[in-house]
Design a protein around this ligand. Sequence first.
Ligand code: GTP
Ligand code: MG
Length: 551
Amino acid sequence: CLRRVDTFLHRGIGTKVVAAQTEAAVKHDSVEKNDGRKSLYAVQAERQEQAERSVLISCYSRIKHNMFLKYLSRHGDIKKHFFYENNGVYAVVEFARQESVASLLEGASIPRVSQESVVPFKSRLLSLRNLDSGESSNRPSSQRAQPQTAPTINDVMQRLSKQESIDQQITQLTEAYQLTEENISLRYLVCSLLKDVAAGYFPECTIKPFGSSVNGFGKLGCDLDMFLDLDGISGQNMKMPTPGLCLEYQLKMGNSERATTQNILSVIGECVEHFAPGCVGLHKILNARCPLVRFAHQPSGFQCDLTANNRVAMKSTELLYLYGELDPRVRLLVFTVRCWARTHGVTSSIPGAWITNFSLTVMVLFFLQKRSPPIIPTLDELRDLAGPADKSVIEGNDCTFVSDFGNIPLHGNTATPGQLLREFFDFYASFPFNKMSICIRKGTEQNKPEVAPLHIQNPFETSLNVSKNVNAAQLQRFTALCQESAWLSCQSQTMMPKSKSEGSNLQHWGLAALLQPSRVAGVKRRKQRAVGRISESLQSVIESLKSGIQQ
Ligand code: GTP
Ligand code: MG
């Protein structure tokens, strides 16, 4: 029995964390240790707990807020709430106590639907009907429902051109695009609602957000990457088998770790598709390197990717979060470069031969490590600073790095964000991509181990290239755009703030000028996009045929 338990837990669910690190230990590494900054684990634990006490309510648009809140507070004190707009008005309400949610669900009625049969699945997504006449709104202006989408690039460029320095523009751009407090709460709430579905099979599981939703580099509208975490119930922290009863597992699922992950996701995916309110358009993408189910969560407007057994991605998220917390210039530069890349079509929302946001972020980190003196440490330096509680080995890969921010020495580089942006373009305009690989573990370029046009070493699975998908044409476009932006950054005409008196139309200068359509890559880009899209469509047809054959 024990052998089977072990096989299921370590092969089936798939984590081979030989680590001494437990979440409790990392949570304990708390605020004081990190100079007032919280570790990602501490943030996640706090946010998850808040999400458990929250409900999502679809409201009618002219709802009287005071009346609504008074009505809800019959179930207990409300700690926080906000309204947002997404094809209708929704409210996120966080109660002070968990019992209030149970009381609210107890009191909610089940809709009568005469035509269709109803799936009796009670969730924390509710809708409000007939609370008041809705004839007039007494909504205080401070509580207006906020959209959860990013401003348009034209809006942002207008705002940038009104600033007085490039550094101000960079800050303004980051503020315009970064996830808001409300949007982050909504992301944790969607994970928590999904957890309720998965809990039908695994009552003690959690679903955690990872990637840009939580790493500090998320832009409004970015996807919601989720990780079904079964480790809490895996018994992996169990020291010795104890005498007496132990659970019997039946291994019907598959004889490889990957097959088990695929099966778990397939079953949870079915459940999400059929029973989870608000989840639509589910696709199982189980043959990908990292199997996932993708769907849209309509009430929040999030595109969701649910994965399981994806501990390394969680570690990458933690690492990116740590780098972002170490120095404010990291986030400023990553946001700016991501926005620049998106505007010029270097990155895309369609998967293909484009550079991904993740690869681009690693390129920014590498560039910052290469400054003199370095702005951020290498991953090897972070590993050497790690304490025993930080040790983490996942599937044979050393993922250890220090979690205590206070222990990380910085070197006093005082370059401004504007200077760094210019240097970034210079750096990659002449980077020897043909011979060298980008490696944030060592912080120096390494000889390329394979022929891929762009080689960026995966920080934790060091034999892998995170930019394997990028083709020569896309890399060439990136380099050409860096050269053009480096050249523009030296033109005092372009970089000097334009006074409003110079014309009735606001002239784009500085960062706004760098975001304007490129002259060097425009024509080529349109052609390549068209070709890229056709080959992408063919690729996905082939993939779906292949998966059809395999299933
Ligand atoms: P956006 O969704 O584009 O805003 O950025 P993201 O950082 O969330 O990227 P994405 O959704 O593609 O991936 C989610 C997370 O998975 C990333 O933040 C990484 O932690 C991880 N990840 C993505 N691609 C790779 C990869 O090629 N290699 C590794 N090791 N991790 C990856
Ligand atoms: Mg993402």
